[in-house]
Structures are given as C-alpha cells and as structure tokens.
Design a protein around this ligand. Sequence first.
Ligand code: CTP
Ligand code: MG
Length: 357
Amino acid sequence: EPSVPRASRQRFVQEFSQCLFDFVIQLLPTTEELAVKEDVRKLLERLIRTIEPDSRLLSFGSTANGFSLRNSDMDLCCLIDSDERLAASDLVTMLGDLLERETKFHVKPLPHARIPIVKLSLDPSPGLPLGIACDIGFENRLALENTRLLYCYAMIDPTRVRTMVLFLKVWCKRRKINSPYKGTLSSYGYVLLVIYFLVHVKNPPVLPNLQQMPPLRPISPEDTHIGSYNTWFFDDIDLLRTRWASANTESVGQLLIDFFKYFARDFLYNTGVASIRAGLIKKESKGWQNDLDPVRYKDSRERNRFCIEDPFEADFNVARCVTKDGLYLLRGEFMRASRILSTRPERAIVAIAQLCE
Ligand code: CTP
Ligand code: MG
C-alpha cells in the first residue's frame, strides 16, 4: 500500500500489538480458577483409584498446553499402569455410576462413542462463576504428547506465540468458526495453523521445528514411539530458551496481520497440507486429494477440503471435519480480518473490536 505513509503504518502496528497483548491478558484464567481446577482433578483421581488403583488422571488440552482462556473446559485423560485393566467402555460406565453417587457433578457417560468418555459438568459456584465442563477419556497418550509439544512451542517465545494463539481462539469463537461438529475447525486445529505459520511460513522463522532438531544424545525407537507413531521432539525448554534466538523480530501485531493475509490469499487449500513436522506438503503425497473420482472417493473428497496434518498421527487430518460450506466461511473470515487490518481504523482498539464483533 504505497499510498499510506510508512510511519503511520508502523504506528498502527505498534499500537495494535500493545492492544492485542492487553486484550488477551484480561482473558487469562485467574489463579483461583486454576487452583479450583487442580482440586477437581485431584478429587476425580482419588475417586477413579477406588475402581482402578494403578491409575493416574492427567490434564491435557488447553489447561495443560499454555493456551487456556478463562472458563475453558478441562480435558482429562486417565492412564492405567497395570496390565490387567478394564475395557474403556466398562470403565466409563462404572466411573459414571460412581461419580453420579459420590459427587455433585452432572454426569454423562458415553461408553459407546468412538473414543469412550465421561462428560461432567458442575454448576456455577463462588469460586467458579461459570461452572466447569470436563471430559474424562482413557489411555489417550498421543493427546498427552501433542499437548506437551504445544506447551514447548508456547514456552519458546511466550509473548508472541501465546498472544497470537489466544487472540485467534477468542476471534474464532466470536466469529462462530470453532465448531468441528458444524463443519468448521477445532481449537486444536487453529493452534496448529499458528505454529505452522511461525515455523514454516515466516522467514526468518519465529520458532524452530522441534520435531526436526537433532537430539542431544542417541535415542532408541522404543523411547520415541507410541504404537507406530514417532512422537519424539526436542523438549529441553531451558536449553531452547537460552540457545534459540529467532532472527525474526516482528511484532505480534505484524505477525497476526500476515497470518490472516496468508490464510486469506496464499495458502494452497486445493492442493496443500499444513504440516508442522514437514512444512507445506502436497495432498497427493498423503493420498488426501479432493479431486479424486467423486463416486469412488466421496468420503475422501468430503474429508480433505482443508488439510492439517496431526504432528504425530501423520495419517490423521485434523481439519477433516471442515465441510465445503465450513471452508467457505473460514476463508471468508480470514479475508474479512485481513481487510479490516489493511484499512486500519483510526485506533487499534477499534480494529480489535471489529475483528471480534
Ligand atoms: N486433540 C487431538 N486431536 C484432535 C482434537 C483434539 O489430539 N483432532 C487433543 C489435543 O491434545 C488437544 C486437546 O485434544 O490439545 C483439546 O482439543 P481442543 O479442545 O480442540 O483444544 P483446546 O486447546 O483444549 O481448546 P479449548 O480451550 O477451546 O477447549
Ligand atoms: Mg479443550
């Protein structure tokens, strides 16, 4: 935009960055909320141990990955460290009964779901003005690892990465494009897009590729695989924080502007797959084409309109829930955001309000 004086543009981006930062700070969970959630986790763990003495209940998702907003749900995963364990569906039923009897939670066991879970919710109370919603699953070790991966990425450059991710989470909820059940993208999908952008699109990169860094010492395959999936990544955060200095010094405002622009105009939706492990790769290389014979490959066409490779489950498209209409909405929203930011309202705060309208 040559017509806009550079100085004025720089001033806007600077003010926008500061506003983004102030905006997400007030949306972070309070220490009280975090403490109540940890108490809930401990209570549930104690109860589960009356059924499976060798079990542990661990947090994953936003409560554990550094990208949590106020009142976000709790994702919990039960790991059982013994060989003779009950089937997940039986556990779900038994745990459902137990929690119904012993706690004030509203309980909904889903023993026959693709991934059996118990859904819990708690009514509002003084410590938790909006109550709590919580899902308990079983043996989901990949989710625990991908949570740890996102956490490491969050910790490398907390200010820029967390501000961007948290803002996008608010934005996609307010714009109603954060419902995998209705054909748009999960929060997890948006987080992967941001990491992909900061590792592979930005040049120089803002983040290193943790899955491709050389390990400090030799590692054996049994230590790095869950089933057939390679879950190794460089996870020495202390070392990274002292050794990794990105040559990219762009402000968070500039990064967000470029993020919207990239997904509005440049990303190759028809042929490309966003992979944080390998960068931009081809749908063809994964058998995820959506231009295959519509009769024989109906499923594949519907599932692969938008492709984001899971960091560990490389054969899993995290955006498989995105429908044709959902993608149209998504791209429309990226364009809308990009347009708002390029016309630059008088004040940055107004831009943020408009973005999240
Ligand atoms: N997850 C996954 N595969 C998916 C979706 C989710 O492995 N296709 C796991 C990830 O570990 C993710 C967690 O489930 O971190 C929670 O996903 P989601 O609720 O989408 O993300 P949150 O970060 O918890 O976002 P929110 O605060 O909106 O709940
Ligand atoms: Mg969640």
